[in-house]
Design a protein around this ligand. Sequence first.
Ligand SMILES: NC(=O)c1ccc[n+]([C@@H]2O[C@H](COP(=O)([O-])OP(=O)(O)OC[C@H]3O[C@@H](n4cnc5c(N)ncnc54)[C@H](O)[C@@H]3O)[C@@H](O)[C@H]2O)c1
Ligand SMILES: [Zn+2]
Length: 356
Amino acid sequence: MTTPALDPHLHLVLDWIDRTRPNRLAVIMDPNTEKHCLPVVSPLLPPHTDFLRLSEAGEEIKRIEHAHALWSSLDEAGYDRNSAIIGLGGGTVTDLSAFVASTYLRGVNFWLIPTTLLAMVDAAAGGKTGINLGGAKNRIGTFSHPTGISLSPEFLNTLPPRHLLSGMAEHVKHLLLTHPLEDMPRRMDALPSLDGPLDSAAFAELIRESVDIKDSIVRQDVEETNGIRKQLNLGHTAGHALESWAISEGHDLLHGEAVAWGLGIELAISASRMNEDAPAVSMILSMRAALAERFPCPVSAPPADELWTWAKMDKKNDAEAVRMVLLSEGGEPLVDQTVAFEEFSAACGASRSRPA
Ligand SMILES: NC(=O)c1ccc[n+]([C@@H]2O[C@H](COP(=O)([O-])OP(=O)(O)OC[C@H]3O[C@@H](n4cnc5c(N)ncnc54)[C@H](O)[C@@H]3O)[C@@H](O)[C@H]2O)c1
Ligand SMILES: [Zn+2]
């Protein structure tokens, strides 16, 4: 498994290229990372580097057609097992590049340079690669680890604030998984401000802490065989339901925005299962309010029964049960908790009855 490393000047990538001297080297990027990030990276790369440009950006690139086009480009250029690939971009580019690298010739060396906060704290780490199948996210993929993951907070300077907030939601999830609930108000207050110039040192610290937390959880369950890794799904069952609904309706909703909303729902369900006098209940409810304030959801959620249909389609669930990660009174994550529609609906504040 590969632990991401802070590498502000990308020296680790250069060392790797110098040491391994790949016979061919390709950088995969989308139009935005070509514009904003490639100018930083390209002067460091050997002259024979190939630049493989995706024609679009965002979730749309995680399609087999794009993987196929990349495999074909590598093949036509004569890439072999001594060649190497760099993925330069957000989570969509790192997921796709890692998938392509891990499947071409049964796997060639690759290095990831995540350029969004979400990719730095989450997507690029942990060894999961993936593309979507139709509307179903991450249905096709591999477990495969890059040789290295370079984290350079400087790339965040060109990232729109909404995307910074989206990455911060995954960081808050990491904090909730590892910090006592009583620490959370202080941790929420200490999140870096998005007003004014970016505080690179504060973001570097946030990234380092999040990466350490994810790394320590993933190392206990690298290929998702014993359930420990499932705790990273906190906020994601409810969040994915909202995200899938938003995609189907054509609403503009970022993954982290959906996750922040989902964290609020799953915290409310956790609190509803506790003794009402438990100290955790009031801490959880204030945390939910803090999440709503810091991470405003740009869409109004539809009625709970509509979201429930999407939750049941999530690959973590089956037709019978919707499972979530909930928190115990002690703030510990409890994975695989079966949740009833009534609990979900109450947490959403909906008044509809259970769908047939
Ligand atoms: N593999 C995993 O374990 C894992 C974990 C979490 C999320 N993910 C995946 O990550 C993806 C979301 O990642 P994301 O939020 O980074 O989305 P993204 O890759 O679509 O990036 C968001 C937008 O920012 C642009 N961008 C990237 N870097 C930029 C920069 N430095 N300056 C300006 N613009 C820049 C991109 O072109 C895109 O338009 C999802 O597909 C999700 O499934 C994977
Ligand atoms: Zn996520």
